[in-house]
Design a protein around this ligand. Structure first.
Ligand SMILES: Cc1ncc(C[n+]2csc(CCOP(=O)(O)OP(=O)(O)O)c2C)c(N)n1
Ligand SMILES: [Mg+2]
Length: 320
């Protein structure tokens, strides 16, 4: 793909994620979306950059903070908003809500509200791929909080021991709800420890989606070369409260000044400025943005009008 096309494609992805979540914020207080929302504003470069480097054979797993992954992987918003509104048109017929987004047709196989629980699932996916000699890798997204769970260490150990085709993507915002990483972890550098397991290690603080995209391509290449799992440690700043639509600088656990510093490298603005720099006109960019805005408005309208699932649906597609 030529460089300018890649820049545009990545901009479309970060813009789609940002605009979709801004739309959630706009309508959330109407109380028609009956689901808690863990928004990913500030984190778009990771979802877009990593997912854009994945292919159709790659499997994806994530957490409750999964809107970015869903949107980057599928590009669709009708079933996305249908799900948030709890409607029949939702990607899980309105039964999953925001915290359990997935899309089997796109190999986005699962997300979970319980910290670290998708890591062993992604591990299983990777094991099956190796066992059945199938193409593709398993990508598992999780937060820095998951590093304090046994499930992470057991999965890492097993994956490294058996050289499984898995990419661990740690999205580190330095926070687990309101707890700082330094108050939770006795180790200073997760990448140092993980490298001792024989994992290929990559780390990045950039909020530039192209940097993350290129790093992911590098990780995929390395995994193919030596067969070892990869661990990507990616930093970002969570703009909003842990769950919900508000900023929370008044709680005292973090400062607005820190937010302002990160705002200077906002992933969506960075990518937009890059497009202008490499020759796209304001008009061309606006056209792309307007198309995405229209797509989202249409999806919200459809979701609002769509019927709720029938009562009989309560016991279908569930384990009981
Ligand atoms: C096993 C488990 N313990 C505790 C919780 C409560 N909890 C929900 S989110 C969260 C913080 C997780 O932080 P992190 O993994 O860094 O993800 P982030 O929210 O920062 O994206 C906690 C402790 C949970 N859902 N699951
Ligand atoms: Mg975190």
């Amino acid at each position: 793909m030529d460089k300018s096309k890649l820049s545009l494609e990545l901009y479309k992805k970060v813009y789609l994620i940002r605009k979709s979540e801004e739309t959630i914020i706009k309508y959330y207080m109407d109380d028609d979306m009956k689901t808690p929302v863990h928004l990913s504003v500030g984190e778009e470069a990771i979802a877009a950059g990593v997912c854009h480097a994945t292919g159709k054979d790659d499997q994806i797993y994530g957490t409750y903070r999964n809107h970015g992954i869903y949107l980057a992987r599928t590009g669709e918003t009708d079933n996305f908003f249908g799900e948030l509104y709890g409607k029949k048109t939702g990607m899980a017929k309105g039964k999953a809500g925001s915290m359990h987004m997935f899309c089997p047709e796109c190999n986005f196989l699962g997300t979970s509200a319980i910290v670290a629980t998708c890591i062993p699932l992604g591990l299983g996916g990777a094991f099956a791929k190796k066992y059945k000699k199938e193409k593709g890798l398993s990508f598992v997204f999780f937060g820095d909080g998951a590093l304090e769970e046994g499930a992470f260490w057991e999965s890492l150990n097993f994956a490294c021991l058996h050289k499984l085709p898995i990419i661990f993507v740690c999205e580190d915002n330095g926070l687990a709800i309101h707890s700082h990483i330094k108050d939770r972890q006795s180790f200073k550098s997760i990448t140092d420890i993980v490298s001792k397991f024989g994992c290929n290690v990559f780390k990045e603080k950039s909020t530039d989606p192209e940097v993350i995209h290129n790093l992911t391509l590098e990780a995929i290449k390395k995994q193919k070369e030596n067969g070892k799992p990869c661990f990507m440690h990616l930093k970002y700043y969570r703009y909003l409260e842990h769950v919900g639509i508000n900023q929370d600088f008044k709680f005292g656990y973090r400062s607005e000044d820190e937010f302002k510093k990160w705002l200077k490298v906002d992933p969506v603005n960075l990518q937009r400025k890059k497009l202008l720099k490499i020759g796209f006109s304001e008009k061309e960019i606006k056209k792309v943005e307007t198309e995405i805005d229209k797509q989202i408005d249409k999806s919200v309208e459809l979701a609002e009008k769509a019927p709720f699932p029938d009562c009989e649906e309560v016991l279908t597609d569930v384990y009981s």
